[in-house]
Design a protein around this ligand. Structure first.
Ligand code: FES
Ligand code: FES
Length: 920
């Protein structure tokens, strides 16, 4: 059946098989790449389009169904008046972070406005309910849609004129935001060149197995069109990678043995239509499955086989911190509480599955993919291909959510290998199931802890033992095991302390980096016990925390003393008005309400060391001046939606003393931007921000020197070139006669910053981070004590960021982190083989995230750029403990395992015998 359809007002022949997914037809045949694909199953809404006026998931509509009908995509929406209002409003509110969900959100919003000119907040939540966002926490999107119903307040626009030198602290709109708002952003799957071969991976169906490959030639003959089959034998360099070189243990393609379900053993490469149609379960492999050890307790049994020969007892790494005399601290205590807490695998659930492509040019390979760590990728690919790292170029595409997982290699080695052997472009796009099977996860934890205090409520001692399931390969397991004991005290003065952690290999998915590196798990144990200890004392929860909060000049559990910048007290104090208000409101509610619904409030806090733990952590930034007087910033800090591009420019422009429009930006590309390190561990603002401030300062000094001008002179840039103005006189610099370097610059400033840290000793004593960020959150919940259901009423989040370089972006980070914390607390649990899609694996929707009030606290760090501290990881940490404590406050029940599903809450209520107990 063939025919035409009206697509964005244009008649288009539908010349594909009628069963082709509409999403695929729009993207591949019509070139409308604004329609994104996150799941191909109707779960994520990224592919939302209007079909005959109704919002539809284009992945669930057959192309044949639109013949004779009308389709409007994001590209059509943005041309309408409501589309224009949505663009302005989304921009003003910072409603797009990574931007992968933005087209779907805008289409859903546009559909709402077809039927309602003045929708309520509830209407908007309902309208957007089918589109998932993993970055924003939805509140800014909802605010933007509500505002778009009227005239967008241009007067309050973030594009206001800002004085030179006054950019830091301003909520300017994200500088890389424009393409995200019109569906033109290029993600990993969007730029694949025409004619590229498609790569698919053959993966292990077993958690643990030995295998031999069958007759690959026969398989190729039986499936004509396959151009290449690659196995471990075809890897020219090392069949090994790992984000921490000393722990590298993961084969690119398994060689005779697999250690987790979904591990890749071979690649099949060829024309997309042929490779896509292959049934890879028929790939010739002889499997010999053996007993898998899928939990740490089983993997630690003496009889358990080793996953890696060089790791006895399947222990990857142990972490340890000890300070003071723990036994004495417990002996003198008036009150002691203890508990065991556990959390499952948590999936990153970024909306953009891993994707990218590679091109070989002579003896070089170029990879364009969704990544958080281009320079690390470059080193790894050089080793895998057996070439010099200079022969590898990595250009990150826009990243549709990473949260830590896209620091590890994903599709990069597969497309690089295929393109290297084939000598033509090769691309790979993981489907949702494959992405969830093979990507890294948050470490499951099993934590036992004890905390003691004296009669006045001062903490006297804490003990902590944490076992972390690190899965089949090391990834960031060593980082988690080392970071957790340093942070498990929480941001509190703990004179006597002993904490151990162990990362244990199992035949599960590899656990790696995920916003917080183990600290969200340890904070659940610590903050739950603090709540219980305050209860035991009969002390106000906030007062208890304030009494113990770390201050300037007090040693941390690693013995590090900060003379200034410790911001936890300021965060707790910022919560006080809301805390008092909610105590009164909860008491009133519980007094006035009969029946099973009880209301409660809880607090969670965080501290988080920014950057690598006791390791080199440098970032380099470069600024060049062209002969025409243009200033070019080469900034390689990958912006995965958090806004680092904008933040770097704000810092650089202020340090240079120029306007934001005076800077040209060259984004991450290993050929042209120096190594800014990976985007993780809340390090980019602190580390790269300092590097860019240093480079900008150097460039400013060089320019002023050429003009023989003093520090206070003004740099002026316009079409005529660059001038320096001082004491009313303007001097234009003639740059044309200066020597031009190989990058085309007459002046160049390149600066590196590596934050000062020291190694920690065998007792964990030392200075592992140059700075910590701090936060405190309050959660208000209603618990149906009969059903065990939990309704979130309100979250107030106070975070010390030292100095908010861009408050709008800070709020976006806080709200997005809180939403992920809600998922951790209430709904997320990844079970290999059972939740490998976005309908069995639940993440918060627009309706699951309550009002989040952000309080930005600024206690400057003496080293950070303009006093700034990191934020990205911190914001998720306090949320789950605050919610669990609120559940306890409401119901009397302590939930020891997340997520706090209705069944678990009900069981905890029964165990506490407290169905009648009200909170607050
Ligand atoms: S791609 Fe269609 S709903 Fe996710
Ligand atoms: S901005 Fe919504 S998924 Fe990233």
């Amino acid at each position: 059946m063939t025919g035409d359809a009206l697509i964005n007002g244009r008649t288009v022949p539908v010349g594909v098989h009628p069963a082709t997914r509409l999403s695929g037809f729009l993207r591949e045949s019509v070139g409308l790449k604004g329609t994104k694909v996150g799941c191909d199953a109707g779960d994520c809404g990224a592919c939302s389009v209007l079909v005959d006026g109704e919002v539809s998931c284009a992945c669930l509509v057959a192309a044949g169904q639109i013949i004779g009908g009308e389709v409007v995509t994001i590209e059509g929406v943005v041309g309408t008046p409501i589309g224009q209002r949505l663009i302005r409003s989304f921009k003003r509110h910072g409603a797009a972070q990574c931007g992968i969900c933005t087209p779907g959100m805008m289409v859903a919003a546009a559909s709402l406005f077809q039927t309602s000119t003045a929708p309520s907040r509830r209407d908007v939540e309902d309208a957007l309910g089918g589109v998932l966002c993993r970055c924003t926490g939805y509140r800014k999107i909802i605010d933007a849609v509500l505002e778009a119903a009227g005239e967008v307040d241009e007067a309050a626009s973030v594009d206001q004129e800002i004085e030179i030198g006054g950019l830091v602290g301003q909520s300017i709109a994200r500088l890389d935001g424009a393409p995200k708002l019109v569906g033109a952003e290029i993600f990993g799957a969007d730029a694949i060149p025409e004619g590229a071969a498609l790569v698919r991976a053959v993966r292990s169906p077993h958690a643990r197995a030995r295998f031999t490959l069958g007759d690959l030639e026969a398989y190729g003959r039986d499936n004509p069109g396959i151009e290449l089959i690659l196995t471990a034998a075809d890897i020219p360099g090392r069949n090994l990678h790992g984000v921490i070189p000393a722990f590298a243990d993961q084969p690119v393609l398994a060689d005779g043995m697999t250690r987790f379900p979904g591990e890749a053993i071979a690649l099949v490469v060829g024309p997309p239509e042929i490779v896509r149609a292959l049934d890879l379960s028929r790939f010739p492999v002889n499997w010999q499955a053996s007993e898998a050890r899928t939990t740490p307790s089983r993997a630690l049994e003496p009889s358990a086989p080793r996953l890696h020969e060089n790791r006895p007892d399947n222990v990857l790494v142990e972490g340890y911190v000890e300070r003071g005399d723990t036994a004495a601290g417990f002996a003198c205590a008036a009150h002691v509480v203890e508990g065991r807490f556990s959390t499952p695998f948590i999936e990153h659930a970024f909306i953009e599955p891993e994707a990218g492509y590679a091109v070989r040019t002579g003896e070089r390979i170029e990879v364009r993919a969704s990544t958080q760590a281009p320079h690390m990728d470059r080193e790894a690919l050089a080793g895998i291909l057996g070439i010099e790292k200079e022969a590898v170029r990595i250009v990150p595409t826009a990243c549709g959510g990473g949260f830590g997982s896209k620091i590890d290699l994903t599709v990069e080695p597969f497309v690089a290998l295929a393109a290297w052997h084939l000598d033509r472009p090769a691309a790979m796009i993981l489907d949702r199931g494959e992405s969830m099977q093979s990507s890294t996860k948050r470490h499951p934890s099993d934590i036992t802890a004890r905390v003691a205090c004296d009669a006045a409520g001062k903490i006297t001692a804490m003990e902590f033992e944490g076992i972390f399931d690190t899965g089949a390969y090391a990834s960031w397991g060593p980082t988690v095991a080392n970071r957790v004991p340093i942070h498990a005290s929480g941001p509190y003065f703990t004179p006597n302390y002993r904490a151990r952690s162990k990362a244990v290999h199992t035949n599960g998915p590899t656990a790696g980096a995920f916003r917080g590196f183990g600290v969200p798990q340890s904070a659940i144990a610590q903050e739950s016990l603090y709540h219980d200890l305050a209860d035991k004392l009969g002390m106000d929860q906030l007062a208890f925390r304030l009494a113990n909060a770390l201050s300037d000049h007090q040693p941390t559990v690693t013995g590090q003393v900060f003379r200034e910048g410790v911001g936890i007290k300021a965060c707790l104090e910022a919560l006080e008005p809301a805390w008092r208000e909610e105590i009164a409101a909860s008491k009133a509610f519980n007094r006035a309400t009969e029946g099973p619904i009880r209301r409660g409030i809880g607090i969670g806090t965080c501290w988080y060391g920014c950057g690598n733990t006791s390791m080199a952590n440098p970032s380099t930034m470069r600024i060049g001046l062209t002969p025409a007087g243009r200033i070019v910033l080469h900034q390689g800090a990958v912006d995965i939606g958090q806004g680092s591009t904008t933040v770097m420019v704000q810092i650089a422009a202020d340090a240079l003393g120029v306007g934001i429009g005076d800077l040209e930006i060259v984004g991450a590309d290993t050929d042209v931007t120096p190594d800014a390190g990976k985007t993780s561990a809340s390090r980019q603002t602190v580390v790269s921000g300092t590097a860019v401030a240093l480079a900008a300062g150097t460039m400013r000094r060089e320019i002023l020197l050429r003009a023989n001008a003093g520090d206070g002179a003004e740099i002026v840039i316009d079409e005529s070139g660059l001038a320096v103005r001082e004491n009313g006189a303007t001097r234009w610099l003639d740059l044309s006669g200066l020597e031009v370097n190989e990058r085309g610059y007459v002046l160049e400033a390149e600066e590196t910053y590596d934050p000062p840290t020291t190694p920690i000793d065998r007792f964990g004593q030392g200075e592992p981070y140059s700075v910590y960020g701090y936060g405190a959150q309050l959660a208000v919940v209603s618990v149906d004590t009969a059903l065990g259901t939990v309704t979130l009423e309100r979250i107030v989040a106070a975070h010390d960021v030292g100095r908010a370089i861009n408050p709008l972006l800070v709020e976006g980070q806080i709200q997005g982190g809180v939403a992920q914390g809600i998922g951790l607390a209430l709904m997320e649990e990844y079970v290999p083989g059972r939740t490998e899609n976005l309908h069995d694996y639940l993440i918060p929707t627009a309706g699951d995230v309550p009002d989040i009030e952000c309080i930005i606290v600024e206690v400057p760090d003496p080293l950070g750029p303009r006093g700034a501290k990191g934020l990205g990881e911190h914001v998720l940490i306090p949320t789950a403990p605050a919610i669990l404590n609120a559940i306890k406050d409401a119901s009397g029940a302590r939930v020891h395992r997340t997520p706090a599903t209705p069944a678990r809450v009900r069981a905890a209520i029964r165990a506490a015998g407290s169905t009648e107990q009200g909170g607050a």
